[in-house]
Design a binder for this molecule. Structure first.
Ligand SMILES: CC(C)(COP(=O)(O)OP(=O)(O)OC[C@H]1O[C@@H](n2cnc3c(N)ncnc32)[C@H](O)[C@@H]1OP(=O)(O)O)[C@@H](O)C(=O)NCCC(=O)NCCS
Length: 186
């Protein structure tokens, strides 16, 4: 299935185009964007990530949408829904996530696109719950989760299984949002 196109007041969330791959590789190689990841991502891995995103849309009907600011910028990064492949106390689950070029931060774009992703997840994909997680050092990402009305129980914090236990990034906070809760707040 092709990626459904979604619109918000300022943004277009759309399927990926070949032309997105170069700017995506550039943000994956930007130390500001990748500060809370284990390392920078080289071009080939960046392209393989896009391949997996496209397969994810075909499999689930949702995914990490390419985000465009119509008339201003063809591609600022991704925001959307994904199914984590690792096992943890809260999996299987659907996660809402975001990664934008640093030039696009500080304008509310991640939260705006994530709100529409949640709407799609709860209304169109009929999900009962959506989670999000990150290192608590990633304060910008945690702030997005809070803006979305997601909630955090410290008892659910976990060590990310894909990271070395002694990594500064291993500890993660988990935020959750249920469909009924989302309906009440939106
Ligand atoms: C996480 C990330 C997406 C957050 O981006 P962001 O721009 O800070 O988040 P938002 O879109 O919610 O924007 C909020 C900011 O825009 C400001 N803003 C400006 N105009 C706005 C508007 N019209 N509407 C809403 N907010 C607006 C807000 O005041 C807020 O500013 P602040 O950062 O000074 O508090 C971004 O930092 C990123 O891509 N990081 C790298 C990748 C990453 O770590 N991803 C998460 C992995 S778990």
């Amino acid at each position: 299935m092709a990626a459904p196109e979604l619109r918000t007041q300022r943004l277009l969330l759309r399927g990926w185009r070949a032309a997105d791959r170069q700017p995506f590789a550039a943000l994956n190689a930007d130390p500001r964007v990748m500060e809370h990841f284990p390392g920078l991502i080289p071009r080939q891995q960046s392209d393989e990530f896009v391949d997996r995103i496209e397969l994810g849309f075909a499999e689930h009907g949702f995914g990490l949408w390419a985000v465009e600011v119509p008339g201003e910028c063809d591609f600022i990064g991704f925001v959307g829904l994904s199914v984590p492949r690792f096992q943890a106390h809260f999996t299987p689950c659907v996660e809402v996530g975001w990664r934008l070029a640093a030039e696009a931060w500080g304008q509310g774009y991640a939260s705006e696109a994530a709100r529409e992703s949640l709407r799609f997840g709860f209304e169109d994909a009929d999900l009962a719950e959506i989670v999000s997680f990150t290192s608590p050092l990633n304060t910008r990402s945690v702030a997005v989760m809070r803006r979305l009305g997601m909630h955090h129980d410290p008892a659910e914090d976990f060590d990310h299984p894909a990271l070395a236990p002694d990594s500064r990034l291993a500890r993660h906070v988990l935020y959750r949002l249920g469909r009924e809760e989302w309906r009440r707040c939106s």
